[in-house]
Ligand binder design. Structure first.
Ligand code: PMV
Length: 331
C-alpha cells in the first residue's frame, strides 16, 4: 500500500539540546514548541519486496548519508511493528522550505515519514506511539506529530516509553501568536544538530547551568502560553535561545552556527523592540533568525526588515496543525 503524510515543522520555544541516551534520542530536558502553519514536508512511502530502497528528496536522489538515515528509520519502524524486514521502500519527499538550514526540517521530515510509513504498513498507532517513533528519527519530530503548542516530555524510563509529546494548547488557543522565520543565509549547515548537541554535552562547562535553569524556563513558558502573556513568553523564549547558543559557543572547539548576517539581524530585531515594536528572537542549529511577535505587528516588522538586504526570504507562520495522512500522493 502507498501512503502519504504531511507534517508541519515546529520551532522550539524552550529548546532541546542534548541527550541522556543518544541512540534513543532521550533528552536531558523537556522542550516546548509551536507547530508552524504552512512550513511543511509531504512524504509518500510504498513498500514492496520487488523494490530497491529508494529515497528522493525535493526531486533528486538523496545523498547516501541522507538515504541511509531514512532507510534506517524505516527499518526501525518495521522492527517495532514486527514486519518482514525484507520489504523495501520507495520514499518521495518534498519540503516547501530549505532543508538543513537550521529551520527544523528534520522535525517535519521525520514526522511525515513516520506517519506515512506506518500507514503504508497498514498499522494503526496512537498519536503517542507515533510521537515516540518519530522521536527515534529526530528528537524534534516527536513534537511535529501534534499541532498548536506542544511539550515533549523528557521522560524517565530507560527504554524511552515515556518520552513523547503532548499538546499544551491547541492552535486555536492563541492564533495571534506569529513566528516570522527569516532566511538570512540559505546554505546547508555542516554540523547537524545530532552531532552538535553531543559535542556540547561533552565539552561545554555551561551545560550544568543550562540544566539548572531549564525547569524554570519550561514553567514560565507554560504559564505564559496558558495565560497568553506575550511579554512573559517572548522574554523567556529569547533568553532560552541565547542560553542554548552560549552552550554551543562554549563547546571545545566552539560550535558557531551564526553567520555575520545573523548578528546583523539580531541587532535589527533588538532595535525594533527599542522602538516599541514588541518582538523577540529565537534561533536553532543554523544561522536563521526567527522572530516571535503578534499578528498585529507583522506588517510593521516586515516593512522595517524589507530594507535589510540580508533577508533573502521569509515565512510568516501562525500556530499550525499536527501531522496528517492525505490522499494526494507524490508518485
Ligand atoms: O531533533 P533535532 O535533531 O532536529 O534537534 C533539534 C535542535 C533544536 O532545533 C536546536 C532545538 C529544538 O528543540 O528543536
Amino acid at each position: 500500500m502507498k501512503a502519504t503524510g504531511i507534517a508541519n515543522t515546529n520551532i522550539a520555544l524552550i529548546k532541546y539540546w542534548g541527550n541522556r541516551n543518544h541512540q534513543l534520542s532521550l533528552p536531558y530536558n523537556s522542550s516546548i514548541s509551536m507547530t508552524l502553519d504552512g512550513m511543511h514536508t509531504v512524504t509518500s512511502v510504498e513498500f514492496s519486496k520487488s523494490f530497491k530502497n529508494e529515497v528522493i528528496i525535493n526531486g533528486i536522489q538523496a545523498k547516501s548519508e541522507e538515504q541511509q538515515r531514512v532507510i534506517d528509520h524505516i527499518t526501525l519502524i518495521k522492527k517495532k511493528l514486527n514486519i518482514d524486514v525484507l520489504l523495501n521502500a520507495k520514499v518521495v519527499s518534498n519540503n516547501n522550505f530549505p532543508k538543513r538550514a537550521g529551520i527544523a526540517s528534520s522535525a517535519s521530515a521525520f514526522a511525515a515519514l513516520t506517519i506515512a510509513a506506518v500507514k503504508a504498513l497498514e498499522k494503526e498507532l496512537t498519536s503517542q506511539e507515533l510521537s515516540i517513533l518519530a522521536r527515534l528519527g529526530s528528537g524534534s519530530a516527536s513534537r511535529s506529530i501534534f499541532g498548536g503548542f506542544v511539550e515533549w516530555e523528557k521522560g524517565e524510563a530507560e527504554d524511552g516509553s515515556d518520552s513523547y509529546s503532548t499538546v499544551l494548547a491547541e492552535k486555536e488557543h492563541w492564533p495571534e501568536l506569529t513566528m516570522i522565520v527569516t532566511i538570512v543565509n540559505p546554505q546547508e549547515k555542516k554540523i547537524g544538530s545530532r552531532d552538535g548537541m553531543q559535542h556540547t554535552v561533552r565539552s561545554s562547562s555551561f551545560y550544568s547551568a543550562w540544566r539548572a535553569t531549564i525547569e524554570q524556563d519550561l514553567q514560565q513558558s507554560r504559564n505564559a502560553i496558558y495565560t497568553k502573556n506575550f511579554t512573559e513568553l517572548g522574554t523567556v523564549v529569547e533568553n532560552n535561545a541565547f542560553k542554548m547558543h552560549s552552550l554551543m559557543h562554549t563547546s571545545i572547539p566552539p560550535l558557531i552556527y551564526w553567520e555575520p548576517e545573523t548578528i546583523r539581524m539580531i541587532k535589527q530585531v533588538l532595535n525594533l523592540r527599542q522602538e516599541g515594536i514588541e518582538c523577540y528572537i529565537t534561533m536553532d542549529a543554523g544561522p536563521q533568525v526567527k522572530i516571535l511577535c503578534l499578528q498585529k505587528n507583522v506588517e510593521t516588522i516586515l516593512g522595517k526588515l524589507s530594507q535589510f538586504k540580508e533577508m533573502h526570504q521569509y515565512y510568516v507562520c501562525q500556530p499550525g496543525s499536527g501531522a496528517q495522512i492525505t490522499d494526494v500522493h507524490l508518485f
